[in-house]
Design a protein around this ligand. Sequence first.
Ligand code: ADP
Length: 762
Amino acid sequence: MRTSGKNGRVSNAEAAANQPASPIKLGILTSGGDAQGMNAAVRAVVRTAIRMGADPYAIYEGYQGMIDGGDGIRKFGWEDVGSILHKGGTIIGTFRSKEFRERAGRLKAAANLVDNGIDHLVVIGGDGSLSGLDMFRHEWGSLLEELVETGRITREQADAHPALMIAGLVGSIDNDLVGSDMTIGADTALHRIVSAIDDLASTAASHQRSFVVEVMGRHCGYLALMASIAGGCDYCLIPENPPAEGWEERMCAELKRGRDAGRRDSIVIVAEGAQDRQGNPITSEYVRSTLEQRLGEDARVTILGHVQRGGTPSAYDRWASTWLGHEAVKEVLSAKPGGEGMVMSFRGNRVGTVPLVEAVANTREVPKLIEAGDFQGAMKLRGGSFTEMRSIFHEMAEPSRVDVDAQSKRIAIIHGGGLAPGMNTAARAAVRLGISRGHTMLGVREGFPGLRDGKISELHWGDVEGWTADGGAELGVRRTVPPTEELYSISRSLEDANVDALLVIGGWNAYRAAYLLHSERDRYPAFNIPIICVPASIDNNLPGSELAIGTDTALNVIVESIDRIKLSGSATKRSFVVETMGRYCGYLALMGGLAGGAERVYLHETGTSLGDLYKDMEWLRGSFRNGRKLFLAVRNERASENYNTEFLANMLTEEGKGQFDVRQAILGHIQQGGSPTPFDRLLATRLVSRALNLFDEGWESSKPQSWYLGLSEAQVAHQPLAHMMEHIDPTFRRPLGQWWLQLQDVFADVSYEPSTPEHSSL
Ligand code: ADP
């Protein structure tokens, strides 16, 4: 797999220099089932194409638009894809074209593309659409030959388009493409499902009732499994991993054990393609009647259906689809005639490519393996983290024990730094997984000051019931890093409570506190225990992790706020300056700007110069004169000490000279609140599980190891705490390398109209 990042980037100037005299014409279409985030991809493809000197053409109603030609193929300009980021579905329509499956249909499609001079195509769809695309590319030469022979096109026309260059993007809420961690729409679908589960859980708990929830996924259990973990559900049935015979009895026994241990409700998730080992479908109705008959429960079925496809896309589906669309254009513009068609993939927070034929073949292999009863093979194709999450779910739902034994290790959980949504999810996962693995789990109340004061108590399996969906931190959190004079009291508290290990779930100051304790272990023997830091901070400024727990939730709050702010200005001509949190880390500002559709982003990392602001104002005045109605700038709270939000708003007011009015919105603490997103819940669960593994691996060591861990290109990796200072910038409180800064190029290409002067800081 090739990975395209900043270094591999073809600059706009280079791309332009490589262009033939007449611009390349690039078609974009969406096909098959719709998925939230398709619009973000369409927007990115259109704008990147324009920025790179190509002419984008929207093809309406999928492949059918190509077959019908005429008005179904339209040249698109910059503004044609304005204000669509927040919309679900696809503005250019999608269709399941029967005609395209036949050569006769593809012949018409080829003729219409040639008429329009289009021989570059970006298609967003599922595996069906992509295999159709590859067939079309393959046949292109022979289709054009036939068109020449029948006199439909001239030889010159055919010679001008010797090959069809393609790139595919996977739009599928099922997340079923083998070779990509995520597909367009899957994250939003998960948002819809988890929010429905949260709602059901509250009513189920009130009535002590059982719910069976059916989610989409004919051959792929991604949505069902991830929703089960993120929603704190109790049993899950997926196609790839059918339960062994007698599962009905085991399921009921398990649900009963959960109830006995303190659960107030039972929620079973069933993927629509769930089946038993003999291949017989397991329907949600069958599960319901089983619960009713065997447990005497009042069970209800909720089939979520198409709401999973609907609604506004999540922040992730906007920024990731934008990035994918951007890279697809680079891929298709640099594709060689006769070369293999590529699908853009998303692996470990990076966009790469996988050969289209291979990706489709592997994806189609999964249902075949399931049908053949090779469930291990099917799970293997789904990848390592899917299998890992499957076993984590098992452990959380079906713990090997809910009572601790006396010999167990005592692990204390503590929060520190600023509040981050998902802290509760992480603490709950730590308690349940820790107990299941034989440990005694302790909770430290009120952060490091609480530890100093000995506020440590045991947490039982049932104590953390209902914490999954709650924002905030039930254990309490404080920003304080303990001063040296408090270390003695802290060491006494750890000794008094017989703490064997410390699990620190928090942000910058929590990491500093953990580092301090670790550094002082020779002086205070009580600190000579394994300490592991798990990143939880909306700022996303922690070393060793590309994403921290809470960051995705904050980003979604920002993007939802921007949607509303934009709507509030839709009736007039208005400029907005939105200020995000993040301290000196610009992640929320850049990603918020990218996902919210901002025209400018101001970050501390790149600085804000008067020269840049001057150029921005020049451009903005011209743009409003040309009909612009809305301008949005997103500014990190510490982007510049003096060119602050108020300054920017005043400057816009002054320089706008009454052409538009100006509003500023400082989003503030709403970014720290709210129920954690599915991504944050899953990240919390996965990281905590790995932290507990690390403790288990380290008990035997005479010199206990301490780590900070996190996501590094999709893998959970850990680094020694002793070396943490080498990887951070202590002045600006952020890691030395920040992966997401490469997205500035993407931002510039989708936000800077071609008339925009080049920016020195971006
Ligand atoms: P998805 O792309 O979501 O998997 P489908 O499998 O229904 O959805 O495919 C969408 C469209 O892609 C089809 O209606 C058809 O136009 C085209 N298509 C799918 N498979 C092929 C194929 N084997 N040959 C040609 N076109 C195909």
